[in-house]
Design a protein around this ligand. Structure first.
Ligand SMILES: Nc1nc2c(c(=O)[nH]1)N[C@H]1C(S)=C(S)[C@@H](COP(=O)(O)OP(=O)(O)OC[C@H]3O[C@@H](n4cnc5c(N)ncnc54)[C@H](O)[C@@H]3O)O[C@H]1N2
Ligand code: MOO
Length: 384
């Protein structure tokens, strides 16, 4: 299956989560399920934009007191009156201007200074009016959205919650500390998965990445038991005697959405749906191939679960050219420069050196010779 089609099918196969109401702190990283509408005006009243004196009419003025930031009733000024005020405090009724401390000349209770009408005043409703739609549904909730929600007085947001992802790393040869050696391969996929899952906008469930031996029974049991919207399984995607993913999926009656992708690396990746709707993503055991598979099918499914559209990938020039594969899409680690993308090598399917120093992957369409342009797939799935 062509790489682009596999991505689209993976996106279409996932179900968007149902919108729920969440407190602001718990809504971080979720997607707005309904538009963010301001219940009131912001600011609710006219406020001082600078520390100084609220004044009325032309100077000089007589200073009659000082307003604290939390003063509930700022009172009223008459012509020729001034009151000390702090940034953000409600201004007294009748205020025509605020004179900054650094512009003020104070002699006893007499104040002089520049006072253009309306200067240094934040008007009520200047940021928004009651009922204004500030953000549409489908926006990812980040720090600024949380701050905005609080500014307009909201305590909760309606959001599509993060989807849940479980991660299984298989392989009898894998070790999790120290170097590789004869009969030992250091697990390089397990350490990548939590960050990839979180950056993609999902939540790793269980007690983190789970390690399984090459056993059909154990894999089948784990797949039938793990409660998550998406289950990642690395290292049993090919056709060898220890590659149990496809037999396990068959025994569970799973239906394949994608069964192999025409891309290099990562061609054995697969996505299947279990009878109860949970999705299972097979990540090839070669570490760069596993990363490519997560960025291809994993990100597409999580994107849909978040209620988001599959982002279009932008095009970039590859001025030095990059070799095409005749029938498969190539995913090539590149550095981004002012002139375009530059392949950086070390992009073999068992290597992570290229992607670790790269800024992105160039998506090189199949073709007979060399490409001088490609699309860009972010290596950080949090970047769209
Ligand atoms: N007869 C075929 N053999 C292979 C094919 C094929 O189509 N037909 N495809 C090759 C490609 S391409 C890939 S990629 C791998 C996929 O293999 P599996 O997903 O079954 O994974 P393994 O066989 O267990 O491992 C392959 C390779 O990767 C190393 N590995 C596995 N897990 C990890 C890990 N967590 N960290 C680091 N390295 C890992 C493992 O030791 C093997 O060297 O199959 C090819 N063969
Ligand atoms: O295509 Mo495999 O997925 O190269 O390593």
């Amino acid at each position: 299956m062509a790489w682009d089609l596999a991505r689209v099918l993976a996106h279409a196969a996932a179900r968007p989560g149902k919108a729920v109401s969440r407190g602001l702190a718990e809504a971080d990283g979720c997607v707005l399920g309904t538009p963010l509408v301001s219940p009131g005006a912001v600011p609710p009243v006219d406020r001082a934009a600078m520390d100084g004196y609220a004044v009325r009419g032309p100077g000089p003025w007589r200073v009659n007191g000082h307003l604290e930031a939390g003063a509930a009733d700022p009172g009223t000024l008459t012509d020729g009156q001034a009151t000390g005020i702090v940034t953000g405090a409600a201004i007294p009724t009748g205020t025509s201007s605020v004179v900054r401390y650094e512009d003020a000349v104070v002699t006893g209770d007499r104040l002089e200074g520049p006072a253009d009408d309306g200067r240094h005043i934040r008007r009520a409703g200047e940021e928004c009016q009651p009922g204004d739609q500030l953000l549409p549904a489908g926006v990812v909730v980040g720090p600024a959205v949380l701050g905005l929600a609080a500014t307009v007085g909201l305590n909760r947001l309606t959001v599509i919650p993060q989807s849940t992802v479980a991660a299984l790393v298989t392989g009898d040869e894998l070790v999790h500390r120290g170097p590789s050696g004869p009969g030992r391969v250091r697990d390089a996929i397990g350490p990548m998965l939590p960050g990839l899952i979180t950056r993609a906008g999902a939540q790793l469930v269980g007690s983190g990445v789970r390690h399984l031996p090459d056993s059909l029974d154990e894999l089948t049991k784990a797949l039938s038991e793990m409660q998550a919207d998406l289950i990642l399984v690395s290292g049993s995607s090919a056709a060898g005697p220890a590659d149990h993913l496809r037999p396990a999926l068959s025994s569970l009656g799973a239906e394949f959405v994608v069964d192999g992708v025409a891309c290099r690396p990562g061609h054995p990746q697969a996505l299947a749906r279990l009878a109860d709707g949970r999705l299972v993503l097979g990540l090839p055991g070669n570490p760069f191939a596993a990363l490519v598979a997560f960025l291809t099918l994993g990100v597409a499914t999580i994107t849909r679960m978040r209620g988001l559209r599959l982002p279009e990938l932008g095009h970039i020039a590859v001025p030095g050219g990059v070799r095409c594969h005749p029938t498969s899409t190539r995913l090539v680690p590149v550095r981004l420069t002012a002139h375009g993308a530059v392949p950086i090598g070390h992009g073999g399917s068992a290597m992570l050196r290229g992607p670790a120093v790269g800024d992105a992957l160039a998506v090189v369409a199949p073709g007979p010779a060399e490409a001088i342009a490609a699309r860009l797939l972010p290596l950080d799935p949090g970047i769209t």
